[in-house]
Design a protein around this ligand. Structure first.
Ligand code: HEC
Length: 451
């Protein structure tokens, strides 16, 4: 395996330590990406937006508050997207340069095998096997994403990370009006996914999965296309959870003039439908706290009754055994809760992942709440692991990194374990993120859909 030039001598801890030292003298405290761009590179360079507000922003009306998320979900989710795009298109999502309102990134996502790329700050997401994103998808695709919080969110990120050497790890609760969005891109080509025609294209330095048995793949510069946009807002009117999660997919066959006008809402959710069990579903009961856009039936995607478990909302790239709010409700410190329930456990245990947990409340007594922010949960976990590895000079991420191997993507895939798992929603592949300080594989868990 040849090592790309820019990654030579790139032991993560040396890299991060030097990046921290180098950056300390400059504006920011936190490194931007897993590496600086190589010498002579002249393309876009990702800069972490980290000038976090030090005071709680004054409460201000938000455009989605004009609508009810349960009775007017379509209007509600479109109002969120319009707010997220305002001023960001002009600066190509460099949130710190936005003239309308500033947006902020979560630090410490540069570190580890998923670390942000230096062009766009993209972190790796679940890889999609052939057939997952469309029946015409013939090859593996890498998905990657970058997300930003508004000032309300940025204030909390800044509070957690006020002391860069000693982040706060207690319960957090984002204020009403917090908004976060995530642009999700894929390497899948337009020939395989025709609905991606004329989508937003970026270049990213990311890994390419080429088959089900690779354990690692080198990064290289690639074209990625916008596939999905995830949004989440804190809305105090939602009594059960305090959060609303929604998602859009890009469809090049839509009539809209701009890329973002061609994004179609997939759905919106305010809760996890805690009483909706497989038995209930068999009796015809449908989720009441998820709205799935009926127009999606017309959509180029394979039609599905709902993307998530028993019809709850999920994104097209996400695991069908989960839902947006199920997975995000696990966000905590320490990061000990699996993102997904064990499909072989009794339904009563699985239902713990479909409770309506209120904003600021932990999933389990053994951890504090990161209030549905998996990025913050991962940032604290990355920091702990970095500290552990600098102290011990051990690399919990594996031998390859200790021997100056190139930065690799954490892509490990397994064959389905049993027929029942195949039937139960497709455990045909698993993306494992090797992140745990104790060298335990931490399940990123967004298992692929398969068929
Ligand atoms: C099985 C787990 C899983 C599911 C299901 C899931 N996510 Fe996430 N999500 C993650 C992880 C892990 C991160 C943090 C890493 C990253 O940014 O990709 C994340 C990050 C995000 C972020 C950035 C802020 C944050 O909370 O960290 C948003 C917004 C988001 N997801 C929205 C959604 C929406 C909307 C859905 C459903 C359509 C969804 N997610 C489904 C795991 C999941």
């Amino acid at each position: 395996m040849r090592r790309p030039r820019e990654l030579a001598s790139m032991r993560p801890f040396t890299l991060v330590a030097s990046a921290l030292l180098a950056v300390a003298a400059q504006a920011g405290k936190f490194p931007d990406a897993y590496s600086e761009p190589p010498k002579g590179y002249s393309g876009p360079v990702f800069r972490l937006s980290q000038d976090y507000p030090t005071e709680m922003p004054k409460p201000s009306p938000k455009p989605w508050e004009r609508f009810d998320p349960v009775t007017q979900p379509d209007e509600y989710i479109r109002a969120i997207l319009a707010y997220c795009l305002e001023g960001n298109l002009e600066v190509d999502f460099a949130g710190q340069n936005n003239k309308v309102r500033k947006w902020y990134h979560v630090p410490w996502l540069h570190w580890g095998l998923n670390g942000r790329d230096y062009m766009r700050g993209l972190t790796f997401e679940l890889a999609a096997p052939p057939g997952k994103l469309a029946d015409t998808q013939k090859s593996w695709a890498t998905n990657c994403a970058v997300g930003m919080y508004n000032a309300e969110g940025g204030y909390i990120i800044g509070k957690v990370w006020a002391d860069p050497d000693n982040p706060r790890k207690g319960n957090i609760k984002f204020p009403n009006g917090t908004c976060v969005f995530k642009l999700l891109f894929t390497t899948a080509p337009v020939e395989e996914l025709p609905f991606l025609k004329n989508s937003k294209e970026w270049q990213g330095v990311i890994a390419s999965p080429v088959g089900p048995y690779d354990t690692s793949v080198e990064r290289s510069q690639k074209t990625v296309r916008l596939l999905q946009i995830d949004v989440a807002v804190r809305d105090d009117r939602v009594k059960e959870t305090g959060w609303v999660f929604g998602t859009f997919v890009y469809d090049g066959n839509q009539p809209g003039a701009g890329v973002f006008e061609r994004c179609v809402p997939v759905g919106l959710m305010v809760g996890n439908d805690p009483t909706l069990t497989p038995d209930q579903r068999a009796k015809g009961v449908l989720p009441k706290e998820s709205w799935i856009n009926p127009a999606m039936q017309l959509f180029a995607w394979r039609s599905k009754p709902g993307m998530g478990w028993l019809g709850r909302l999920n994104g097209p790239v996400d695991n069908p055994a989960s839902s947006c709010m199920s997975c995000h409700s696990t966000a905590g410190y320490p990061n000990i809760t699996s993102l997904l329930p064990d499909p072989s456990s009794p339904i009563s245990s699985q239902m713990l992942w479909f409770r309506n947990i209120r904003a600021g409340r932990p999933f389990t007594k053994a951890a504090t709440s990161m209030d549905y922010s998996l990025q913050l949960a991962i940032s604290l976990q990355n920091f702990d692991q970095w500290k552990y590895s600098t102290k011990t000079r051990l690399f919990p991420l594996g031998d390859s990194l200790a021997t100056e191997q190139p930065m690799v993507a954490p892509i490990r895939r397994f064959e389905p374990k049993s027929e029942s798992e195949k039937k139960g929603g497709g455990l045909d592949l698993t993306l494992v993120s090797v992140l745990s300080a104790s060298a335990l594989a931490w399940m990123l868990g967004r298992r692929s859909a398969g068929t």
